[in-house]
Write a protein that binds this ligand. Structure first.
Ligand code: ZN
Length: 451
């Protein structure tokens, strides 16, 4: 007797595609076998559908508390659930107050608990002056600490200078926590922006030129030196170029504990798309050219990039318009579409296997951030975090399909393959056939310190 049996789907694991039934009891997967014997409270015939491990998005800005007019846990997690994501890591910034001390952490936890539809883990912040707060944040179970090496875009989250990074990494290392950095050189990006604005060069191309690849490469290199020196585990968020990924791979080969993520927008959209789409495709680091996209896919294919994050960074529509492209809010709304984008561009067009898609959307993140083996895979004993997907479905993405508070995205209008039919968080249906099903069922996922 099970709580739920999902029959006849094609199960996507990192090792293989498996035709079998899945038995779920007490929120966990307890059996995987063809023609599973026994009865269940609920039985689903999933013939013709693929069963993916629920996505784990390591980089989302839910903006709650403090900026719920931009997003919020209820809408962000509804969108994630609709995209087959069952756990996300919320960033410390864009919420106000940012999650840089335990009081802010507790305020965020209080906002999350009644509203999150899926499981949520929290990043703490590393900013100048909050070194003494890192222990308390670690005790509360943050994933790790996020720092900006360039100006963040919100004045309440100050960029970490080199000494803050050095001392913060030293402390994080002793706490067994990862430090994640937004890696762009602040001197280069700020000064190039200042010059452009002073000259009245305020267009899309001027913005793109103010954040050159060297700014990313220099910052990644510096962060790696600091991590190496302090023994701190390092994660580079949203790497935009293959050369940036290559720096990470070289450091790994030297034994340095460093990982990275990239995002669908860097894998799919180009500079020309920013000109065409406008501010909905503005982000930092900015989008690059087609040849950089090819290099990034090469790293995805060979496994150097173990995870894909959305860096969902939403804002109201009126913050995405204006004559001065530098002044417009930079951030892409996309977390609902990650799986479909990978199925469309990765699996269908570039021959990335479904098993690899599962690794990129779930397993890679779970392993790096300490959630494995309970999350990130379809296996006996793991949480029943699952997404049933119809791979034969292909449709244009419409704004009204989106569950974000503000229904815009650079992916609107694209033809996407793979429709999420149903999403389960620890066995409970949270999304089904275009409808969000339950509310407030997500848990806070605390991550223990490494011993
Ligand atoms: Zn971000």
């Amino acid at each position: 007797m099970y709580d739920l049996i999902i029959r006849n789907s094609t199960i996507v694991t990192e090792a293989e595609l498996l035709h079998a039934d899945v038995g779920i009891t007490d929120q966990q997967i307890v059996a995987i076998a063809p023609e599973l014997a026994g009865t269940a409270g609920d039985m689903i015939d999933a013939r013709g559908l693929h069963l993916f491990p629920g996505g784990i998005d390591p980089h989302v800005h839910c903006n709650e508390p403090g900026r719920t007019d931009w997003e919020g846990f209820a809408t962000a997690t509804a969108a994630l659930a609709a995209g087959g994501v069952t756990c996300c890591f919320d960033m410390p910034l864009n919420a106000h107050p940012p999650t840089c001390d335990v009081a802010a952490f507790d305020a965020k936890l209080a906002a999350l608990k009644p509203n999150a539809l899926i499981d949520v883990a929290l990043w703490g912040g590393l900013v100048p002056g909050n070194l003494a707060e890192l222990d308390g944040l670690a005790e509360r179970g943050v994933i790790g600490f996020k720092a900006f090496m360039s100006t963040s875009g919100t004045s309440d989250f100050v960029a970490a200078d080199d000494l803050t990074l050095y001392e913060g990494m030293r402390r994080a290392a002793s706490l067994g926590k990862i430090v994640a950095v937004h890696a762009e050189n602040d001197t280069i990006t700020t000064e190039l922006a200042r010059r452009a604005i002073a000259d009245g060069r305020l267009g899309v191309r001027d913005y793109l030129a103010s954040r050159p690849i060297i700014a990313e490469l220099e910052a990644i290199g510096r962060a790696i030196v600091l991590a190496s020196e302090t023994g701190c585990a390092l994660h580079i968020v949203h790497v935009s170029t293959g050369r940036g990924i290559a720096l990470v791979a070289e450091a790994q080969a030297r034994g340095i504990d460093v990982s990275c993520e990239t995002c669908p927008h860097y894998l799919i959209l180009t500079e020309a798309d920013v000109e065409r789409i406008g501010a909905l495709a503005k982000c930092a680091p900015p989008l690059r050219t087609a040849e950089h996209i090819d290099a990034l896919w090469q790293h995805v294919r060979n496994g150097t990039v173990p995870m894909i994050s959305s860096d969902h960074s939403p804002a109201p529509a009126d913050m995405k318009i204006g004559e001065n492209f530098f002044a417009i809010w930079g951030g892409i709304s996309g977390c609902q579409s990650t799986l479909s984008l990978l199925l469309t561009e990765g699996y269908t067009r570039r021959g990335i296997s479904l098993s690899q898609v599962a690794a990129l959307t779930a397993g890679g993140t779970a392993r790096r951030f300490g959630l494995w083996p309970a999350k990130g895979q379809i296996a006996i004993g793991a949480d029943a975090d699952l997404a049933l997907v119809d791979l034969n479905h292909e449709a244009e993405l419409h704004a009204e399909d989106l569950f974000y508070r503000h229904k815009h995205s650079p992916y609107v209008g694209m033809r996407l393959r793979g429709r999420v039919v149903r999403t389960f968080v620890r066995g409970a249906t949270v999304f089904r056939d275009g409808q969000v099903h339950t509310t407030g069922s997500g848990h806070f996922v605390g991550v223990g310190n490494k011993s």
